[in-house]
Design a protein around this ligand. Structure first.
Ligand code: GDP
Length: 555
C-alpha cells in the first residue's frame, strides 16, 4: 500500500481570504444501514479524490490500528467499526472532510453526534434492498438537523430492484422528492452503464473479465446516441425511452430544494467496481453546502462576576474569531499515551497551531500546540484550518463532548444531544478495594461519550446506560485493558432514564416523591429512572408540569 505525499495544507492556502477558504469546504458524512457498502464507498471516494492510491487501504488502515489496541479486538472479531474518525482530502480545489460514522446500531448515539458536525450526508442504499431500518433512523436525525442528503444507490453490479420502485420508496417513506441525476441501464450481469438526465451523456460500465486480477477502467462517457456498441439488441432504444419517461416523471434537480431538505439528488453505481464514484464526488463538490452560518450565544464563563446577559449571535464561517465545538472525544488512538483527542469542528476563523482557545463553560484556556489534521493518508500536524474543518485536539480530559471553544471563550453553541439510553445496567468491580478506581474510570468513559453514567441519589451503585449491548462489552474490555479493573455488569431494576426539567417548585415536589428513583448524570443534571415505559407514562400524567425528556442538549 502506498500513499502519495500530502502537502501541508497551510502552504497551499495563503492566498485565499477567510470566506473563500470556508466556501471551498465540504464536510459530510455517509449514512447507511450496515452492509450497504459504506466502508467500500468511503474507500472509493478517497480513491476518486486522489487521497489514496490503492483500494484496500481504508480497511487495512483500520486493521492496522485495531491490532494496536485491545478493545479494538472486538471490532475485529465482529467486523464492525466502533470508532468514528475524519478523513480530509483536497480535490478539484475543494477541501473535503469525510466524517466516518460507525455502522453498527449499538453505536448509533456516536453516529448521531457525528452528524451534528456534518453539513451534508450521503445516504447509501443497497439497490437490492432499498431503505432499511437503520437508514430510516439516520435519515430522521438528518431531517431533525436540516442536513441535506445526496442519495447513492449502490451495488448496481448485482441484481437490483426496479429503479422507479427505489425512487418511489424514497418519496413515500422519507417524504423526500427524489431527483435522478443519472439513470441506470439495467443491473447485475446486464448492467450496461448509466445515462445522465438532461444531457443524454452515457457512462458505459466495464465488467471485470473472469480470471482478471483487477477491475478494468470504465470507458469514457459519450452521447447515448453514439453508444450502440455497449448494448445488446433493443437495449439502447429502451434506455432512450426510459430516460424520456424519467425526465417527464420526476422533478428536475433544484439546488435550493435540496439545501432546504425537500429534495435529494439520486446517483447510482457500484462502490466495489468503482462505478459512479467520480460522479458522486462531483455532486458533493458542486452541491453539498459549504459550512453554514451558525446560531450561538455570546456568554461569559459561569464564574464571571456581574456577567452581562447572554446575547444571541450569528457566527459567520468567514468571521475572524476561531470558534467551534467538540462533537466527539476519542481515547487512546495511540495506546502508548493516555491521551484523549477531542474532535473539534470549526465554525469560523483561521486556526493556527499554537493558538490559545478557551472553553466557554469552564473558562479554561488551552494552548493547542499539537493539533491533528486527519489527512486520509495519515495523521499530520495541521498548520491551519478553517470553518468546516475538524481538528483533533489532544488533551487529558479537559475537553468534553458538547464543549464550545473560541478565542474569546464567550461563544456557546447549543444542540449536541445526549440520547436516553435503552439499556441500564449496574456495574461493580470484583475487588471492593478498587471501587474508587471504578468511579474514575466510569467518569472518564462517560465524558468520552462511550456510555452514560447515572449516580442514584440513594445507594452506592453506579448505573451505566447504553444504546446497545455491545457498548457494555466494549466498556468491560476497556475497563480491563486501560484501567486494570475486573468489572461485572448486572441487570438493574431500571428500564428507562428520562431527564427531568420544570419550575423549581414542581421539580422539588416530584423529586421529593420519587427520591429512590432519582439519579444525577455526569453533569449533575437530574434524571428519573423508571421501572418500565408504563411507569414513565404514568408519572408523566401525574406530574404534567414536569418535562420528561429522552434527550438532553448540552449547554
Ligand atoms: P458497510 O457495512 O456499510 O460498511 O459495508 P461494506 O462496505 O463493508 O460492504 C458490505 C459488503 O458489501 C462487503 O462484502 C462489500 O464487499 C460488499 N459491497 C460493497 N459495495 C458493493 C458493490 O458495489 N457491489 C457489490 N457486489 N458488493 C459490494
Amino acid at each position: 500500500m502506498t500513499f502519495p505525499a500530502v502537502r501541508a495544507i497551510g502552504a497551499a492556502m495563503s492566498k485565499r481570504t477567510l470566506p473563500e477558504e470556508a466556501a471551498r469546504r465540504r464536510t459530510f458524512a455517509i449514512i447507511a444501514h450496515p452492509d450497504a457498502g459504506k466502508t467500500t464507498l468511503t474507500e472509493h471516494i478517497l480513491l476518486a479524490g486522489g487521497a489514496i492510491r490503492a483500494a484496500g487501504a481504508v480497511r487495512a488502515r483500520g486493521e492496522n490500528r485495531r491490532t494496536r489496541s485491545d478493545w479494538m479486538k472486538i471490532e475485529k472479531e465482529r467486523g464492525i467499526s466502533v470508532s468514528a474518525s475524519v478523513m480530509t482530502f483536497e480535490h478539484d480545489d475543494k477541501m473535503f472532510n469525510l466524517l466516518d460514522t460507525p455502522g453498527h446500531e449499538d453505536f448509533s448515539e456516536d453516529t448521531y453526534r457525528t452528524l451534528t458536525a456534518a453539513d451534508c450526508a450521503i445516504m447509501v442504499l443497497d439497490a437490492a434492498k432499498g431503505i432499511e431500518p437503520q437508514t430510516l433512523k439516520l435519515f430522521e436525525v438528518c431531517r431533525l438537523r436540516d442536513i441535506p442528503i445526496i442519495t447513492f444507490i449502490n451495488k448496481l453490479d448485482r441484481e437490483a430492484q426496479d429503479p422507479m420502485a427505489l425512487l418511489d420508496e424514497i418519496a413515500s417513506r422519507l417524504q423526500l422528492d427524489p431527483s435522478p441525476i443519472w439513470w441506470p441501464a439495467q443491473s447485475g450481469n446486464r448492467l450496461r452503464g448509466m445515462v445522465e438526465m438532461g444531457t443524454g451523456r452515457f457512462q458505459p460500465y466495464a465488467r471485470k473479465e473472469a480470471g482478471a486480477a483487477e477491475d478494468p477502467d470504465h470507458p469514457p462517457a459519450l452521447p447515448l446516441s453514439d453508444a450502440a456498441e455497449y448494448f445488446e439488441q433493443g437495449e439502447q432504444e429502451a434506455l432512450i425511452e426510459a430516460a424520456e419517461l424519467v425526465e417527464g416523471g420526476y422533478k428536475p434537480f433544484d439546488v435550493q430544494a435540496f439545501l432546504e431538505g425537500h429534495m435529494t439528488p439520486v446517483l447510482w453505481g457500484s462502490a466495489l467496481r468503482h462505478f459512479g464514484i467520480d460522479e458522486l464526488l462531483k455532486a458533493i463538490g458542486d452541491w453539498a453546502p459549504a459550512p453554514k452560518v451558525m446560531k450561538a450565544k455570546k456568554e461569559a464563563p459561569p464564574e464571571t462576576r456581574n456577567a452581562p446577559e447572554p446575547e444571541d449571535i450569528i457566527v459567520q464561517p468567514g468571521a475572524d474569531e476561531v470558534t467551534g465545538f467538540v462533537f466527539k472525544v476519542q481515547a487512546n488512538m495511540d495506546p502508548n499515551h493516555r491521551d484523549r483527542i477531542a474532535m473539534f469542528r470549526m465554525a469560523s476563523g483561521r486556526f493556527q497551531r499554537g493558538m490559545k482557545l478557551k472553553v466557554q463553560n469552564t473558562g479554561k484556556a488551552l494552548s493547542v500546540n499539537a493539533p491533528i489534521m486527519f489527512f486520509a493518508s495519515d495523521r499530520e500536524l495541521a498548520d491551519d484550518a478553517f470553518a468546516g474543518d475538524v481538528i483533533g485536539i489532544p488533551n487529558h480530559g479537559v475537553l468534553r463532548v458538547g464543549d464550545s471553544l473560541s478565542e474569546s471563550g464567550m461563544v456557546r453553541f447549543a444542540g449536541l444531544p445526549n440520547f436516553a439510553p435503552e439499556i441500564l445496567q449496574r456495574v461493580r468491580v470484583r475487588d471492593p478495594l478498587k471501587a474508587k478506581h471504578l468511579k474514575k474510570a466510569l467518569e472518564g468513559l462517560a465524558e468520552e461519550g462511550v456510555t452514560q453514567l447515572f449516580r442514584p441519589e440513594l445507594g452506592a451503585d453506579f448505573i451505566v446506560g447504553a444504546v446497545g449491548q455491545l457498548q457494555f462489552e466494549v466498556m468491560a474490555d476497556r475497563l480491563n485493558s486501560e484501567y486494570g479493573l475486573d468489572s461485572m455488569f448486572e441487570p438493574s431494576p431500571w428500564a428507562e432514564a428520562r431527564w427531568v426539567s420544570g419550575e423549581k417548585a414542581d421539580l422539588d415536589d416530584f423529586m421529593g416523591k420519587y427520591r429512590p428513583q432519582m439519579a444525577a448524570d455526569i453533569d449533575g443534571a437530574p434524571v428519573f429512572l423508571a421501572k418500565s415505559s408504563w411507569e414513565t407514562g404514568y408519572v408523566g400524567e401525574r406530574f404534567p408540569k414536569v418535562a420528561f425528556s429522552r434527550t438532553k442538549e448540552r449547554g
